[in-house]
Ligand binder design. Structure first.
Ligand SMILES: *[C@@H]1O[C@H](CO)[C@@H](O)[C@H](O)[C@H]1NC(C)=O
Ligand SMILES: *[C@@H]1O[C@H](CO)[C@@H](O)[C@H](O)[C@H]1NC(C)=O
Ligand SMILES: *[C@@H]1O[C@H](CO)[C@@H](O)[C@H](O)[C@H]1NC(C)=O
Ligand SMILES: *[C@@H]1O[C@H](CO)[C@@H](O)[C@H](O)[C@H]1NC(C)=O
Ligand SMILES: *[C@@H]1O[C@H](CO)[C@@H](O)[C@H](O)[C@H]1NC(C)=O
Ligand SMILES: *[C@@H]1O[C@H](CO)[C@@H](O)[C@H](O)[C@H]1NC(C)=O
Ligand SMILES: *[C@@H]1O[C@H](CO)[C@@H](O)[C@H](O)[C@H]1NC(C)=O
Length: 334
């Protein structure tokens, strides 16, 4: 079902990502027609003012709701009102919120690890996708021996330009973790790229990020980050490991941007293409409120797609943990 290739230098053609559109952001999307006539939507890089899609205090006008199985996989019951309060707090505290996240402690000890290998994954949500929608994937990761955090971002946009959210939630929830992966789906993949860059490229050591997980996405796009923020570029970096996971039925991801981003990935990058997987099955949300059917139809189940995704992320994190020289390096001017 999945084919995996390890490429040191990247030359690849794959079908790929973009940020999934919503009804309220319709003007953000360009349209073009896929060869089979299916409309393909692409999020424009430069978003509209926050006032257009939000109440201005962290609450988006539209977001995709979690499926019932996602609510069941939560670490505690958190209803819509509870999530709204967390979005507001995250907005108010501008990246400093240590409680604006959900956490899943590892439920097993991973084979072939020592007690000093304590692994964690921070998982960033797709644009305008309720963060609870990632609970099913989070639980699968926890059952593989990894501690997991899903942060709650203002407006459900995982914009963590300076890595402050990453630092706040990792220290607060799992201070003992010795090897972190920062991962994200769709828009969250770009958010993860920026957070990793902010943490690693300027000689930072907290948290100890050893791996990057890029799910139905790529690591650089315009997130309206200030120009002083390092742009994700890990070309030639042989410390960081990356897992890039795509579905070959994903019609949402912008292929041009995906290909343009390949040379920014670190030397140790593993590509996993999930045959029959699409864009929305990386999460567990109801996409029906989205303006157009821009995703492909999956030919495998969500559960199968998430199992492969969890396996691929954990495999990369384990490799990175075994080879975790994270000597500070500066590949850009900070
Ligand atoms: C992909 O994004 C680029 C901007 O980087 C844009 O010019 C292009 O139209 C997009 N492709 C599709 C298929 O929408
Ligand atoms: C989103 O909500 C804000 C505040 O309630 C409102 O001003 C704005 O017009 C809404 N945007 C859309 C596209 O409905
Ligand atoms: C967030 O933390 C930084 C660094 O400690 C501080 O300068 C800033 O004022 C804080 N912002 C808020 C909104 O708490
Ligand atoms: C884990 O350890 C077992 C037994 O020590 C070994 O057979 C297996 O190959 C190891 N697996 C990995 C992924 O290192
Ligand atoms: C962190 O490690 C210390 C020492 O091993 C242990 O006492 C503590 O319970 C651990 N904390 C967590 C949150 O796992
Ligand atoms: C997905 O399936 C639906 C229902 O059969 C169909 O209308 C739609 O065109 C399909 N989408 C694609 C991209 O093939
Ligand atoms: C996914 O993994 C779980 C746990 O190992 C297993 O029970 C389930 O059957 C798997 N799902 C599929 C579709 O393979």
């Amino acid at each position: 079902m999945a084919s995996t290739t390890s490429l040191a230098r990247v030359t690849l053609t794959v079908l790929l990502v973009v940020i999934t559109p919503s009804a309220v952001l319709q003007p953000l999307y360009h349209h073009r027609h896929h060869h089979d006539g299916a409309p393909v939507g692409v999020v424009e890089a430069q978003p509209l003012p926050v006032s257009y899609y939000s109440n201005g205090k962290g609450e988006p006008n539209y977001t995709s709701s979690p499926l019932p199985e996602a609510l069941k996989a939560m670490p505690y019951a958190c209803d819509d009102d509870c999530v709204s309060k967390l979005r507001f707090k995250a907005w108010e505290m501008q990246g400093n919120c240590t409680t604006c996240a959900f956490a899943w402690p590892a439920t097993t000890v991973m084979a072939n690890t020592t007690t000093s290998d304590i692994m964690g994954i921070v998982l960033y949500n797709g644009a305008f996708v309720d963060p609870r929608s990632y609970s099913v994937l989070a639980s699968k990761l926890a059952s593989r021996g990894v501690n997991v955090i899903v942060p709650v971002f203002p407006n459900d946009l995982a914009t963590d330009c300076n890595g402050m959210t990453l630092e706040a939630v990792t220290n607060a929830f799992f201070p003992n973790v010795t090897a972190w992966m920062v991962a994200g789906h769709s828009y969250g993949g770009v958010g993860a790229g920026y957070a990793a860059a902010a943490t690693l490229l300027c000689g930072g050591t907290s948290p100890r990020v050893v791996a990057l997980g890029v799910i139905g996405s790529y690591i650089k796009d315009l997130l309206q980050c200030p120009e002083t923020i390092p742009v994700p570029n890990f070309e030639g970096d042989d410390h960081l490991h990356a897992a890039v996971i795509t579905g070959n039925r994903d019609l949402s991801m912008n292929l041009t941007n995906f290909v343009d981003n390949l040379n920014r990935l670190p030397v140790h990058t593993t590509f996993t293409s999930i045959i029959g997987g699409n864009h929305q099955q990386f999460g567990s949300y109801d996409p029906s409120g989205r303006s157009r059917d821009i995703d492909g139809n999956a030919t495998i189940s969500r559960d199968a797609q998430l199992n492969v995704t969890a396996d691929a992320l954990v495999r990369t994190l384990l490799h990175a943990t075994k080879n975790n020289d994270i000597s500070p390096r500066s590949l850009v001017d900070c």
